[in-house]
Design a binder for this molecule. Sequence first.
Ligand code: CO
Length: 173
Amino acid sequence: MEIVRYPDPRLRARNAAVERFDEDLAGVAREMFRLMYATKGVGLAAPQVGLNLRLMVFNAEGEEGRPDGERVLCNPRIVSRVRTKESDEEGCLSFPGIYGQVVRPTGVTVEAQDLEGKSRRLQLEGWEARVFLHEFDHLDGILFIDRMSPADRTRIRGQLADLEEAWRQRAQA
Ligand code: CO
């Protein structure tokens, strides 16, 4: 398993619902956490490892060995968002070295299935809500550059072009 970088088409592809809650799924989630920690990330969505499934893992504290912060969400659905929004800097493991300001709601209520397929409702706030919303976007093929402020979008244009060029060269090799 490895992290897929922009502009790999799997980041924009449709993601299917998780239907089999078995050992394989648990193994995928474990491997995603391992990769996430190894790359100093706080969240990872399945399409970012080339699996077009509605599955995400995150740990907003980003600290391995603090498993109480670990969340695995299958088929998440947003029940409600708070009205307040905030801008903060985000990065994405599929866009190494690129950061920019993104406006998002400061709280969200979510319903999702766990690795056994049991439905659970959770309330997320602040940074954790932001991490969830970023990963949730991945499940709909939306990337943080789509939501970045116009100024940041302009600022990172060269870095995006470099990623596109690197991807073209890899695809040809
Ligand atoms: Co991302």
